[in-house]
Ligand binder design. Structure first.
Ligand code: ADP
Length: 262
């Protein structure tokens, strides 16, 4: 199922979670970025197009401003993301540079998705960038995102972006290889769910635990992302982003994930 979903998709949104981008010490894992980009390069040569949704501004910010690590004040948190966003994009830019691929930064809030004029502008910009062979990298605009207008997690942002761009597939790269009937970190016997045909039928059948250190949404927002995009004919795959050459392995069937077919 998963290799076929990837083979049939031309326009793919890939969301990379904070826990995936961070290494053991909570710093940006530049080697992983390079490996992801290296794989994307091969897919692009084969005719696929990508939009990335990248978390990790906070992780990247802490790599530079480690003295702010204990600051809980909202203004410091937003300031940290503002610093980190530059580092994050710099890391992506450096990863793409050897492949001679340019990147573009798009920072969005919920307000942008609620406004028809803004959505049209976002959509046109996305199409223009991708048509020109540039990789748009989307993140939430944390500096202006107070609670009322916050999207809150990048699974939802990725889902909204996939619909906006009329993507063929949404891939959520996480620190877990997919959905289980229980949180496998609490229940080692948890059973893996390879395919979800009916999202509504999931409820009651599975239990959802908390997110990890940097994660904001946990698995619940990934299921909600699928619920949002599947009706638009966009299938979703949740898989582990930190495994060696995860995207290639996923495409060849060597790595598992949870598929939500559309
Ligand atoms: P990301 O940074 O990729 O968005 P999160 O930490 O937010 O990742 O969410 C993934 C985490 O959700 C997993 O590492 C896992 O511990 C947790 N989780 C809770 N319940 C489940 C479940 N039923 N199936 C899979 N993962 C679960």
């Amino acid at each position: 199922m998963i290799p076929r979903l990837i083979a049939e998709a031309r326009k793919i949104v890939i969301k990379i979670g904070s826990n995936t981008l961070a290494d053991q010490d909570g710093r940006m894992n530049a080697a992983l970025l390079e490996e992801i980009v290296d794989q994307l390069g091969a897919f692009i040569k084969a005719g696929k197009q990508f939009v990335l949704v990248s978390s990790g501004a906070q992780v990247a910010g802490l790599s530079t401003m480690d003295k702010w690590a204990r600051k809980r004040d909202i203004h410091y948190r937003q300031a940290l993301c503002a610093v980190g966003q530059v580092e994050l994009m710099d890391a992506w830019r450096r990863a793409f540079a050897p492949h001679k691929i340019h990147i573009a930064q798009i920072l969005l809030t919920q307000d942008d998705f609620n406004d028809p004029i803004r959505t049209l502008n976002m959509r046109n910009t996305l199409f223009t960038l991708v048509d020109e062979g540039i990789i748009p990298i989307i993140n939430e605009n944390d500096t202006v995102s107070v609670e009322e207008i916050k999207i809150g997690d990048n699974d939802t942002l990725a889902a909204q972006s996939a619909v906006l761009w009329s993507a063929d597939l949404l891939i959520l790269l996480s620190d877990i290889d997919g959905l289980y009937d229980k949180n496998p970190r609490e229940f080692p016997q948890a059973e893996f769910i390879g395919e979800v045909q009916d999202i509504d039928a999931l409820h009651g059948g599975i239990s959802i635990g908390g997110a990890n250190s940097f994660g904001t949404g946990g698995i619940a927002t990934k299921i909600e992302a699928a619920r949002r995009v599947v009706p638009y004919g966009i299938p979703v795959i949740i898989t582990h982003g930190g495994k060696p050459r995860a995207l290639e392995a996923l495409a060849s069937g060597a790595q598992r994930g949870t598929a939500f077919p559309a």
